[in-house]
Design a protein around this ligand. Sequence first.
Ligand code: 5GP
Length: 380
Amino acid sequence: MWTVEKIQAYYDELNKAYGLQVVPVIREAKKGKSPLFVKNGELMFIPAFFNHPELDETVKMMLLTELYSCFHIDRRKTGYVDVNPGFMAKGICLERGVDFASDDEIEQNLRKVRRQLYDEIEYCCYFSVGQKLRESAFVSWEVVGITRNGIDDILVTVKPIGCNLGKPERTMTEEELYKRCCNFRDMKNEKVDMRRNLVVISGPSGVGKDSVVKKLLEKYPHLHKTTSVTTRTKRGNEVDGANYYYVSKEQFYDLQTNDSLVEYTLYDGEYYGTFYSEIERHPDDVPLLLVIDGCGRRSLMMRYPMAKTIFIAPPSLEELKARLIVRGENSDEEIERRLTVAKDELEQAYKYDFTVVNEEVESCAKEIAKIISKTVLVAQ
Ligand code: 5GP
């Protein structure tokens, strides 16, 4: 039997395992379309629904982990967490040996129990009157009526809105409408990995990322770093396989299409990306640095929701420009383009777990090492 206390205990267990502090207020509720849902920032739990004998164990565990992930992300109020709850929930389920169902399979099970538990239209149907649904770029609907004849026969009437205005109103089963408009994700084939050793390092071009990372690797030899793949040409002192793997644009397109890359980005006309195999070839019990941009960070966090993220900021934009000029690797136009991108990147710095200002390489590396030793792979 699941109770509020048992959910709290389960969340404590997850918090320990993932080094997080997800502590939602959990309250019992009498009725709802789902046995667990969020209302006014609190986790509502319907004992009769959640403990119903026909609610699948897998669905229970998935709902618990998905809501846990949502509350983790909701820390946004105090700090930004750029993780997708569906992916994170899948990662937790995988680690705990829970099969992961698709949205449709979960909804099928919930629908069955909902119909047994409730007579009222308000609760027995997934949809509500007035709800707006998008079927495709050209087809959107508004629910205008719901009727029920017998336990399994729930019909929903929708009227067209938006681009498909002019189409007739129509009535269909709850299942059909769900399949058309709500069957978002089949997470079964999505890759997710909850390893806790990844450290994303981003920062605008010229901020000194490479020098800081070089210093980090010299001073702290237990740290590892991935080598990215790029289409840009090799600079003077760079070494293929050490600084980057250099490939042609055609080769890069192949890597993209055959799903070899966990993330990639287009930066100043060239592609940069990270191989899954680069992450996998390093042990998962040592911190592994990935020097990637903000776009890469977003994709990476889907597949590796437990990665920690550090943004290296310049003391000022003027200082950044001065550093790009001194580096002497870019033309005036390239520098202007890089500064424009840098402004955008600085605006996104709040999305990182930590921001470190690079006044001076050695102290910046030291600060990052301290963050890593306190937060990466640390048992709570
Ligand atoms: P650079 O050409 O100066 O070596 O790198 C340009 C930009 O590409 C830097 O901001 C760097 O962080 C980013 N970058 C390098 N490798 C990767 C990668 O594998 N993925 C992503 N997303 N960005 C990368």
